[in-house]
Design a protein around this ligand. Structure first.
Ligand code: MN
Length: 239
């Protein structure tokens, strides 16, 4: 079972959920929304085998937390995983979009300089802008990108595939026909699963896996193997 984007640290009992995930052998990427949360995440995932933490600066927080970019940069050498980062051009956050772009560009440049990072990227109503910045600042050989809950159009999906991006799908997204259309347009080799808990109505992996099995016309155990092998390829990629 793979949950490559969730917010474990927003759970009231963070330490317990890390332990539960570890015991259940769920490969989990716990993303963070502010670098202030990093130390606790680092501490709780230092000795875990299945749970990893990503260093983030969420685009929805950039309007009042842009100054935390310095702290984000300081912690970057401490992890291979970066997220949640990206852009949000939805009605509530559009006003900070140009600042978000500056911050995201700096984040990508830092990742490219260091090399070897794996990013979980948010792109609400900003698929094109996200891809433009990725193409400009983070060539695939300098880092790997997983587009989380991607909702871009056909052209953007194609561009993301050509840019070697992976896609993480959750049950809420796959519960909509648009979400299923997007999944159907992505090669199975680029598919991962996520819950985005606690921001989803169905914060479980199994329903997402079931729907993906239908979309790709394979059995559930086969889809499990494929997703696991995708994660292995992503983690072993030389970059
Ligand atoms: Mn999220």
């Amino acid at each position: 079972m793979i949950d490559f984007h969730c917010h474990l640290d927003l759970h009231p009992d963070f330490a317990r959920v890390v332990e539960e995930r570890e015991n259940a052998k769920i490969y989990t990427l716990g993303v963070t929304t502010t670098p202030l949360a990093w130390m606790k995440n680092k501490e709780l995932t230092q000795h875990t085998r299945y749970v990893r933490a990503a260093l983030g600066l969420h685009p929805q927080l950039v309007s009042h937390r842009a100054a935390e970019l310095e702290l984000w940069k300081q912690h970057l050498p401490e992890t291979r995983y970066v997220g949640e980062v990206g852009l949000d051009a939805g009605p509530r956050y559009k006003s900070s979009l140009s600042l978000q772009k500056e911050i995201f560009a700096e984040i990508l440049q830092s990742c490219a300089r260091t090399g070897g990072k794996i990013l979980s990227v948010h792109s609400v109503r900003a698929g094109k802008d996200v891809l433009d910045l990725l193409n400009r600042h983070l060539p695939p050989e300098c880092g790997r990108v997983v587009l989380h809950w991607f909702t871009g159009g056909k052209k953007e999906i194609q561009r993301a595939i050509e840019s070697d991006c992976y896609f993480s799908f959750n049950a809420d997204m796959l519960g909509t026909s648009r979400g299923r259309e997007i999944a159907a347009a992505v090669p199975l080799q680029r598919v991962l699963t996520e819950t985005d808990a606690p921001f989803t109505k169905v914060p479980r992996i199994e329903p997402a896996v079931e729907i993906l099995a239908q979309i790709f016309h394979v059995q559930s155990d086969e889809i499990h193997d494929s997703i696991k092998s995708n994660l292995r390829t992503l983690l072993n990629a030389e970059h």
